[in-house]
Ligand binder design. Structure first.
Ligand code: SF4
Length: 264
């Protein structure tokens, strides 16, 4: 195994800024093959990714974390995507039901500290249980969503999962989004047309008013200090220079140094 740091990805990220999402997905598929999956919570950006994957020849799996307290509309959207797009969706679940967790630890999501513990137990831990199965995970973060997402790199090291995170939609703005929906009519979570700009667990998500920021509906009861769950590593503050460990040949391939260079 060899080390790969975020700094190693700087040049590659620069060259990828001009690439389209589909070109980035094609690159990722050529480098990581079946050791790659997409991560989706069946929100609108994830729906775009799911639609793009359904148009590719490669069968790239989608990982879906079911916290046990999701909206029925999100579960129905997952089922529609699976059935109508023919993509494989792997549902990851927490060790305990929300009832078991509450009986043991109380209602966690009503305090900032409890929210972090609850999100760790119900979102991050089920994903971390798949550590080692994938060298790359495709996300759907967009810079135009602002906040910590405003500086999100296309490629990021994910220390928790020891893999690369690929965000092909970072430069996909709202006009790009509207155009894609107009052209392809991808399957969308119906909650988006009911005032939900982003969608998570039913305990911690509300619709937003027209003049509120997109993420105002997440953890509204906790205030602005707790607006990310931590399942996306680029949302976390890190004072260190993180690295992941991957086979040297794979790192060479990612950085375009190997015999399998992929030219877009
Ligand atoms: S969003 Fe709320 S209910 Fe869902 S895992 Fe996080 S704290 Fe728990």
């Amino acid at each position: 195994m060899a080390k790969l740091t975020q700094a190693d990805l700087v040049d590659l990220n620069k060259t990828f800024e001009e690439r389209t999402p589909k070109e980035l997905l094609a690159w990722a598929s050529s480098v990581f093959g079946t050791r790659m999956a997409a991560l989706s919570s069946m929100q609108r950006s994830g729906s775009i990714i799911a639609h793009m994957l359904s148009t590719m020849e490669e069968n790239i799996k989608i990982l879906f974390v079911d916290t046990g307290v999701l909206f029925q509309e999100s579960l129905d959207t997952r089922d529609r995507v699976m059935k109508e797009y023919g993509v494989e969706i792997v549902t990851l679940t927490p060790e305990k039901t929300m009832e078991e967790q509450t009986a043991e630890l109380g209602v966690l999501y009503i305090t900032p500290e409890g929210q972090k513990q609850c999100c760790d137990l119900r979102k991050s831990d089920p994903l971390t249980a798949a550590k080692g199965d994938y060298d790359a995970l495709i996300g759907s973060l967009r810079r135009c969503d602002g906040g910590k997402r405003a500086e999100c790199p296309i490629l990021a090291v994910d220390v928790e999962m020891n893999c690369i995170r690929i965000n092909p939609l970072v430069n996909f703005d709202n006009d790009d989004f509207d155009q894609y929906v107009k052209e392809h009519d991808p399957i969308m979570n119906p909650l988006h047309s009911q005032g939900f700009t982003t969608i998570g667990c039913n305990r911690c998500t509300t619709p937003v008013l027209p003049n509120e920021p997109n993420r105002a509906g997440r953890w509204r009861h906790l205030g602005p200090w707790s607006i990310y769950c931590g399942i996306n590593p680029t949302d976390l503050d890190s004072a260190t220079s993180p690295h992941i460990d991957l086979p040297q040949e794979l790192i060479d391939s990612i950085l375009g140094r190997g015999p399998t260079d992929f030219m877009i």
